[in-house]
Write a protein that binds this ligand. Sequence first.
Ligand code: ZN
Length: 490
Amino acid sequence: MSKVFSIYNTLTRKKETFKPIIPGHAGMYVCGPTVYGEAHLGHARPAVTFDLLFRYLQHLNYKVRYVRNITDVGHLVNDADQGEDKIEKKARLENLEPMEVVQHYTISFHKNMEQLNALPPSIEPRATGHIMEQIDVVQKILDNGFAYESGGSVYFDVEKYAQAHDYGKLSGRKLEDMLENTRELAGQSEKRSQADFALWKKADASVLMQWKSPWSQGVPGWHLECTAMSTKYLGEKFDIHGGGSDLKFPHHEAEIAQSVGAHNHESVNYWMHNNLITINGQKMGKSLGNFITLNELFSGNHELLTQAFSPMTVRFFILQAHYRSTLDFSNEALQAAEKGLDRLMKGYNLLEKLPHAEQSTVGVDNLIGEVWDAMNDDLNSPVALAHLFEAVKWINGINDGHQTITKSDCETLHQFMKTFIFDVLGLKEEAAEESSNDKLDEVIELLLSVRQEAKAAKNYALADQIRDQLKALGIVVKDKKDGFEWEIAE
Ligand code: ZN
């Protein structure tokens, strides 16, 4: 482990040595979901990527504060500050309170994260819980002259900001192009420029969630919550800000402008973005019919899926690609990941049973060094995994008698693989859970065959008792002409 940890900074477009602001500590902020629908494939990639970062920083002995927000207000259907709030729209469609929508999909998101074995963040703040902090940020930006009030709303003055600062530096966009592209929309807007974005939006009576502010009854702009909450929990300057690459513009570009506008300096030392998942080469979208939720993926219940894929298969599939590369989803690719994961786990489980020899024909220390080097090189999990599969090849070779390993090397390899596979990559054995389910199935089948025998012996009291008691446990038995069917009721 000679090298130090380096990460690619999206802002400088360079790999940089990670130097935390407070030695031994690391602060990371990651943009979380807007909770108005079930988590989908697109959520799985940042979840796994930043979980890997969280785990790896902890492995490197940093004390990590990982903040990931829940957006529960302010994210409008249209990025250009127009349209309904996504959560309110869903609430209207389903005839629910917005907070019922938020609660339902937050629970569902947490369940999916747990299935993916993504550790919970240290703090998970919600936008609606930080309205005061957001109002404070708006006031600071107004005081510094980078925002203006218009009709009860407050907008960030992008053109004024751009006179002194580079608006577009993160996403590589140019303000002239942004204005060019949106000029036809100008006119009746209360914005001075179409490039301006809302910090506070005045709400009319029909808006369900709204708060008092010095400017109007209204709602915070979407980009604002991340500036307010990252500042509150990580400080005006913090180490790492992450998110999907689709958030670079306008969301993260706006966050940089808000930080400078409020604090007179940028907040983030390292911007880190995961690339997106495509499906059979296409961008994922509801209108394209290729929108797959994680629940559909785990159950196999989607017309594009040929089978169910387990959460660990999905996690492994994501880890097999570098987080900055695009990753294309297909049934074939997931099946390959399923096989690869199985091979890795079988190799690991074989380690304990290997015969030991006087000499090793394999270079364990060297291989371990190469895995950590790959991880230190901007979390290069695919290269690390390639080295790990080299170890699996050795293990199989030692088991077959083609290679040899000493007891000490074998123990070193075992300890390393245990740490790397389970603690750092965050993979876990799934077979155990499946087999306990299988056992339950067998026990139910056994009970029902006893019931069949009771019926054949005309002992209907016993047969009914078994059926009724299973029903009380939520297991529904249906008698058929040639036997029975049963299912576990939802
Ligand atoms: Zn954000």
